[in-house]
Design a protein. Structure first.
Length: 148
């Protein structure tokens, strides 16, 4: 099924980064229709197909594909980088490996533990209030754990 003129304009405006509501209004839909029906409009198969086509055109014309980016990073990994003094530098190779690993989701953030220590400087007058609030928080947490 072909898009009508308003649907085509909606896709064009939405693709430029406008919100769905703003794109619909600019395309000629009434503000009320735009507020109430944009989710339905975005679920239409013809709209989704048109947005996918616009995205594909942009990727093909402007943006390197994922495969191209991976290929280029691999080239960076394999390059010899010589400093002014004739020494090999591997910093950019390591950075390229890191980027490639991120693209492949090799780094799983859930396995890392944050072991930072934070020190606060407080006056003697503030210490008692902090102790009291910490005690209340711990009691509250203990109570909620015992209830569950």
């Amino acid at each position: 099924m072909k898009l009508n003129q308003r649907q085509e304009l909606f896709c064009q405006y939405f693709f430029t980064g406008m919100t769905a509501t703003d794109a619909a209004i600019k395309a000629g839909y009434s503000p009320r229709f735009a507020r109430e029906n944009c989710p339905k409009l975005l679920q239409k198969t013809t709209i989704q197909e048109r947005l996918a086509t616009l995205n594909l055109r942009t990727e093909n014309a402007c943006v390197a594909t994922v495969g191209q980016r991976k290929e280029r990073l691999t080239q960076f990994i394999n390059e010899d980088n010589v400093t002014d003094k004739g020494n090999l530098s591997r910093a950019s190779n390591i950075a390229a490996i890191s980027e490639l690993n991120k693209m492949e989701h090799i780094y799983d953030e859930s396995h890392y533990q944050d072991n930072r220590v934070i020190n606060f400087i407080v006056s003697k007058d503030q210490v008692e209030g902090i102790r009291r609030r910490l005690g209340e928080a711990l009691e509250s947490k203990s109570d909620s754990l015992s209830e569950g």
